[in-house]
Design a binder for this molecule. Structure first.
Ligand SMILES: [Zn+2]
Length: 169
């Protein structure tokens, strides 16, 4: 098993683009060669572990055709149940955008530059400990220390937000 060989990718959104990246590259969440941070940005970093170089793709601020009427219709449909015609119109506009995007030159969609982003480290430890609050087994590297106890992320967040007395197990 050579987890650190080959390609790793970092993605900054949770759209269907993540599915495309996984399908096309074989870098998946499961094999830990894909790191997803949902910042709502179409930014992608491709890291070659062979050459130790990384390329960063950032989507440009693209002005879609008929953008205003699309967003107006989208807003209407979010507020109320639209007519079949309105829903079909929105889908047709989306389909047009996809065609329009695919016809563009790559360099007009993405800005590409070399970056010194560090490759994500593959998870090497498989050791688990038990969360001091919910009792779920949690990967050691994902546990955080809270008042001297190890807890999982959701419990740490809950403990930070809640001011009630915490009962430790
Ligand atoms: Zn927990």
């Amino acid at each position: 098993m050579q987890l650190n060989k080959g390609l790793s990718i970092m993605v900054q959104n949770t759209t269907s683009a993540v599915d495309a990246v996984q399908c096309l590259t074989g870098c998946t969440l499961g094999n830990q060669r894909l790191v997803v941070q949902d910042f709502g940005k179409h930014n992608y970093t491709f890291i070659s572990h062979h050459s130790n170089r990384a390329a960063e793709l950032k989507m440009k601020d693209i002005c879609y055709p008929d953008q205003e009427s699309f967003h107006a219709l989208e807003k209407t449909l979010a507020k109320q149940k639209g007519t079949v015609q309105q829903v079909a119109r929105l889908q047709a506009m989306l389909d047009e955008w996809v065609k329009w995007l695919l016809a563009m030159e790559d360099c007009d969609v993405f800005e590409v530059r070399e970056t010194s982003h560090l490759p994500p480290q593959a998870e090497m430890s498989s050791k688990y400990l038990v969360c001091g609050l919910c009792q779920d087994p949690v990967l050691v590297s994902r546990a955080v220390k809270l008042h001297g106890h190890f807890v999982c992320f959701p419990c740490a967040q809950w403990a930070q937000e809640s001011h009630s007395d915490i009962v430790w197990h």
